[in-house]
Design a protein around this ligand. Structure first.
Ligand code: PAF
Length: 282
C-alpha cells in the first residue's frame, strides 16, 4: 500500500494510473476503521483496479469542537487493517493540506435534505461533509465512490451533490454490515455493555418488523405503531426519531407509493450512545 500525505503526490500518482486506463475507486473515511469500513473496500475490489482509501477527520462537519478533539485516531491500527485487505493507496492529509484557506466558504443548496433528521440535530453537518467529499472527488476523480448505507442520509446527500455538480462518478451504496444478532456495526458499539448491545437489537428488530409487514392490509400507521412499541417496550432505549420516508427526498410518508423506494430510519439512545440504523422497505 502506498501512503500519500499531500494532494500533489497523490495526484501525480493517480494521473499515471488514469492514463494507463485504470478504474479508480474512492473510499472516504475518518479512520477508526472497523469491519464495516473494510466491507466498503471489499465491495470496491471487483469493480475497480485501484482502491484509494482516505482517512481524514474533517473538522468542518463537527458542530462540537470537543467531539472533534475526542474523535479516535488509531492510525497504526488503521494502516494494518488497510494492508490486510490489500488497499492500494491510503491518502491521509493534514488539516492544512485540505484547508489551506482557513476562511474558505462552502455552501451547496440541498433543499430540505440537509435540514431534516440528522441535519436538524447537527446543523451544518452535511455542508461540512459535502465540502470535504467534493474536495476528495475533485482530487481523486474516482470512477466509483463507495459509501455505506448505514449513514443513509449522508449517501442521499452525496447522491444529490453528484447530480447538482454533474460529476461523472458512480455512487456505490454498500450494504449495512450487521453482527450475527442483527446489530448494525458501528465504532460506537464499543461503548455499549453486553446488556446494552442486547437492548440495541430493538432497532434492527423494529426495522425488520416494518419490512416484514409493510405489505399487510392493516395500514402503514398501524404497522408503524406496532414497530415503534418494539423500541418503546425495551427498557433503556430512548427513541429520537423513527420514520418511514421516500428514499431520495427523505420526506416522511403516510402511504406507500409503489412507484417509489422507501426507507425506514431510526435513531435511538442506549447507555448514552446515539445509535442510527435504517432499512430499505420497498
Ligand atoms: O462517513 C464518514 O466517515 C464521513 O462523513 C466522510 C464521508 C468520510 C466525510 O468526512
Amino acid at each position: 500500500m502506498e501512503i500519500f500525505k499531500t494532494k500533489a503526490a497523490l495526484q501525480a500518482h493517480l494521473q499515471k494510473a488514469r492514463s494507463a486506463g485504470k478504474k479508480i475507486a474512492l473510499i472516504p473515511t475518518m479512520g477508526a476503521l472497523h469491519e464495516g469500513h473494510l466491507s466498503l473496500l471489499d465491495y470496491a475490489r471487483p469493480i475497480s483496479d485501484i482502491r484509494v482509501c482516505s482517512i481524514f477527520v474533517n473538522p468542518t462537519q463537527f458542530n462540537d469542537p470537543k467531539d472533534l478533539e475526542k474523535y479516535p485516531r488509531p492510525i497504526e491500527n488503521d494502516i494494518s487493517l488497510l494492508e490486510s485487505v490489500d488497499c492500494d493507496i491510503l491518502f491521509m492529509p493534514s488539516v492544512e493540506e485540505m484547508y489551506p484557506d482557513k476562511n474558505e466558504n462552502w455552501h451547496i443548496d440541498l433543499g430540505e435534505l440537509d435540514q431534516i433528521w440528522e441535519g436538524e440535530k447537527r446543523p451544518g453537518h452535511f455542508q461540512g461533509v459535502t465540502q470535504v467529499v467534493y474536495k476528495l472527488f475533485t482530487l481523486v476523480q474516482p470512477d466509483i465512490a463507495c459509501f455505506g448505507q448505514k449513514d443513509f442520509q449522508q449517501v442521499m446527500v452525496i447522491q444529490r451533490m453528484i447530480e447538482i455538480k454533474a460529476l461523472p462518478i458512480q455512487l456505490a451504496i454498500c450494504p449495512i454490515i450487521r453482527d450475527q444478532h442483527g446489530l448494525a456495526l458501528s465504532s460506537r458499539n464499543m461503548r455499549l455493555s453486553d446488556e446494552g448491545k442486547t437492548k440495541a437489537l430493538a432497532l434492527s428488530r423494529a426495522l425488520q418488523y416494518l419490512k416484514d409487514h409493510i405489505a399487510d392490509n392493516s395500514g402503514l400507521r398501524e404497522i408503524k405503531k406496532k414497530a415503534l412499541t418494539i423500541l418503546t417496550d425495551t427498557p433503556g432505549v430512548t427513541v429520537e426519531y423513527f420514520a418511514i420516508c421516500e428514499s431520495s427526498s427523505l420526506k416522511e410518508v403516510e402511504q406507500i407509493d409503489t412507484s417509489k423506494q422507501h426507507v425506514a430510519l431510526v435513531t435511538a439512545w442506549v447507555e448514552g450512545v446515539r445509535l442510527i440504523d435504517n432499512m430499505i422497505l420497498t
